[in-house]
Design a protein around this ligand. Structure first.
Ligand code: PLP
Length: 245
């Protein structure tokens, strides 16, 4: 039987991000997707027109009915009630938390209380958390860190919450044509660096895909660095072919 990955998050009507991207990524890497939908959003690449949230109880019911899985990936989690229910309902398997805080068009996908709950309840259970630079800044601001705190110390602040590793995605950095992601695994251990081409800024859904590909690879038995390499390679191949998978 193919390894299964539980994808917890929102749908995006434009197809640019969210669960539809996750499902295709997991499938492309040879795993199967199980779903727990948190929210059905109406959005395009440039505008967010509304969302219908499913509610924490129904999200938990979906997780309960999803069956046995080898890994979980979370994306859009809406609010604190949903975050807490998800944390309670999750099976004890590798967990990749993509801390999705806002759409590219600027709409919040997790409210402020939800960010607190994510830090307190979900990150301590995570095998990996995958913030981009704005998400890392906002998470650390919620933890009370000043704006001038160096990147490595920000990553350590998340590790101190109990998550196994932090992959800081460099896609939002303002420099050059190369994008560098850094994997932090513990205090005193230098980050492992992954470099590749920078995708065009307008390309949405890259964070969803990267996290889903890592979760699929973990479900298939790859270790964490290998899972990151594999998921990045799929992204690069997709963009080289200029296809949305
Ligand atoms: N909408 C949904 C439902 C998402 O899950 C995500 C990201 O995971 C986004 C929007 C944000 O994607 P982007 O930053 O590409 O707009």
């Amino acid at each position: 039987m193919k390894p299964r990955v539980l994808l917890v998050g929102g749908t995006d009507s434009s197809g640019g991000a969210g669960l539809s991207r996750d499902v295709v990524t997991v499938t492309r890497l040879g795993a199967e997707a199980a779903l727990a939908v948190t929210s059905v959003t109406a959005q395009s690449d440039i505008a967010f027109n509304g969302a219908c949230h499913l509610g924490a109880e129904h999200v938990a019911a979906q997780i309960g009915a999803a069956g046995s899985v080898g890994a979980v990936k979370t994306g859009m989690l809406v609010d604190a009630a949903t975050v807490c229910k998800v944390a309670e309902a999750l099976p004890d398997v590798p967990l990749v938390v993509d801390p999705v805080l806002a759409s590219s068009s600027g709409h919040a996908l997790l409210d402020n209380e939800g960010i607190g709950a994510l830090l307190a309840r979900l990150l301590p259970r995570a095998t990996l958390v995958t913030p981009n630079l704005p998400e890392l800044a906002l998470l650390c601001q919620t933890l009370g860190l000043g704006q001038d705190v160096p990147l490595a110390d920000r990553a350590q602040a998340l590790l101190a919450l109990g998550c196994g590793a932090v992959l800081v995605k460099g896609g939002h950095a303002k420099n050059g044509r190369i994008c560098e992601d850094r994997l932090y695994t513990g205090p005193g251990t230098p980050p492992r660096r992954f470099r590749g081409p920078r995708f065009p800024g307008t390309m949405r859904g890259t964070g969803c895909r990267l996290a889903s590909g890592i979760a699929a690879s973990l479900a298939q038995g790859f270790d964490l660095p290998a899972a990151v390499v594999r998921s990045r390679a799929l992204l690069v191949a997709e963009f080289a072919g200029l296809s949305r998978p």
